[in-house]
Write a protein that binds this ligand. Structure first.
Ligand SMILES: [Ca+2]
Length: 345
């Protein structure tokens, strides 16, 4: 039977059962979720638990290699027309406008996205609006336009390819790992973690920061840091959660984790059963944080505590920012507007 058919049958079966749900997963607490959410999550679990083995077989022959990963470079001298680079290093940076004296950012997109997707377009424009920088966009769309599991299984291989690429820049130009900053959305957030881990493995040094924008949830485990973003992957890891426990990872997995509007549902995304609207808010908030006066957030343990004022005397931090707040630690809460500009100050 085709895997897709199995998935459809699993979804139908789970939806048909509709039995009371116990809070079984270590990723999410279902008690406060609505019934449709619960069914959705159980369907995802059914896919994972029942058919994961088959899906692994399906993609066993498709481990990413360097031809699957393209890298696009934008600099102050080519703001919108990229230099197209090969991730095996076969295209020399000396043939581009790369400037080793400028900050270096690597952006990595998620599933069903490419280098021209909204995440890349918005974050790149925001960076370019405030500073001169080398902006590398990692395009692994030849993989991400395939089945989710194929993308999931290639998070670490793609991270290793790009980590090796960064290491080659470091050695060629004599640059420190601390000059590199990584930004990734969804699966790309975990790829960024794996990039950082590979740089560390090659150089024994850490990249400066990773901004993990609503890192993907499905199939990732809190106990396995090897294929997901975690604090060991960079000097500082900031996570912005906007669709926690559905498309995005719920648990706090960075040095500092920000939960705008509670981190699960976002205002302006009310009819958002699949979570895609809330999931994308992460990069819209982040882009705005770069070019605006920012999003004030408060160290707090929950949205209700934040909303009832219990945390108003706690430490504050600005969510996002081009150069993240490395003094932050723990979880932070804030509210936003339902449309741009999202910041409430
Ligand atoms: Ca990791």
């Amino acid at each position: 039977m085709l895997p897709l058919m199995k998935v459809i049958i699993a979804l139908v079966a789970v939806l048909a059962v509709a039995c009371p749900v116990k809070s079984a997963s270590r990723h999410y607490d279902l008690k406060e979720e609505d019934p449709l959410r619960i069914l959705y999550l159980r369907a995802l679990d059914a896919i994972r638990n029942t058919y994961y083995g088959d899906l692994l077989q399906e993609v066993a022959v498709s481990r990413a290699n360097t031809p699957d990963v393209k890298i696009y470079l934008y600099t102050p001298n080519n703001l919108n027309t990229p230099s197209v680079l090969a991730s095996d290093g076969s295209v020399s940076l000396s043939s581009t406008n790369f400037d080793g004296s400028l900050p270096i950012f690597f952006l990595t997109h998620g599933w069903n996205n490419n280098y021209q997707s909204a995440m890349n377009v918005n974050v790149k424009a925001a960076i370019q609006a405030v500073t001169n920088a080398n902006i590398f966009i990692v395009d692994w769309s030849s993989i991400t336009y395939r089945f989710y599991t194929a993308s999931y299984l290639n998070v670490r291989p793609v991270g290793q390819i790009v980590g090796d690429y960064i290491y080659s820049i470091m050695t060629t130009y004599g640059l420190p790992a601390s000059q590199f900053r990584l930004i990734g959305h969804s699966l790309g957030a975990h790829v960024s973690g794996c990039i950082g881990a590979q740089v560390r493995a090659r150089s024994q040094l850490l990249v400066s920061s990773i901004v993990a924008l609503d890192p993907a949830n499905l199939l990732f485990e809190i106990d396995n840091i090897d294929n997901r973003v975690d604090p060991s992957d960079a000097s500082f890891v900031q996570v912005i959660h906007t669709n926690a426990r559905l498309l995005g990872f719920g648990s706090a997995i960075g040095h500092a984790d920000y939960y705008p509007n509670g981190g699960s549902n976002q205002p302006g995304c009310e009819l958002d059963l699949l979570g895609t609207c809330a999931h994308s808010r992460a990069y819209y908030y982040y882009s705005e944080s770069i070019i605006s006066s920012g999003f004030t957030s408060y160290n707090c343990d929950s949205l209700p505590s934040y909303n009832n004022g219990s945390c108003s005397d706690n430490l504050r931090s600005m969510m996002g920012q081009l150069y993240v707040d490395t003094s932050a630690s723990g979880t932070y809460y804030l509210n936003t507007n339902s449309e741009s500009p999202y910041s409430q100050g």
